[in-house]
Design a protein. Structure first.
Ligand SMILES: [Zn+2]
Ligand SMILES: [Zn+2]
Ligand SMILES: [Zn+2]
Length: 89
């Protein structure tokens, strides 16, 4: 873990991975996404802030689930929305 990690990131012992490589919320409304993020509190996979609907950051705000992991192949990092903290694992 990098020194930039916040307490939310440091509390994660096992990183949750995407069950399916799709944004659950975009699939429901027939929208497209750019990148995928997996919520580390509930395991839902949603789209990133470069995607039109920004479902991951919306989920973080509405649910209070702070940390997501990248669900992109080859990427191993965590991001905390409230702290704007980033860590590779
Ligand atoms: Zn945090
Ligand atoms: Zn989405
Ligand atoms: Zn969540």
């Amino acid at each position: 873990m990098s020194a930039d990690a916040c307490p939310h990131i440091l509390a994660i012992e096992t990183v949750k991975h995407a069950k399916k490589r799709e944004c659950e919320a975009c699939v429901k409304i027939g929208a497209r996404w750019v990148h995928l993020r997996t919520c580390q509190t509930c395991g839902v996979t949603l789209c990133c802030d470069s995607s039109p609907n920004r479902h991951a950051s919306k989920h973080a705000r509405e649910s209070g689930h702070p940390v997501v992991a990248s669900a992109e192949p080859g990427e191993q990092w965590l991001y905390c929305f409230p702290d704007d903290a980033f860590a590779e694992y």
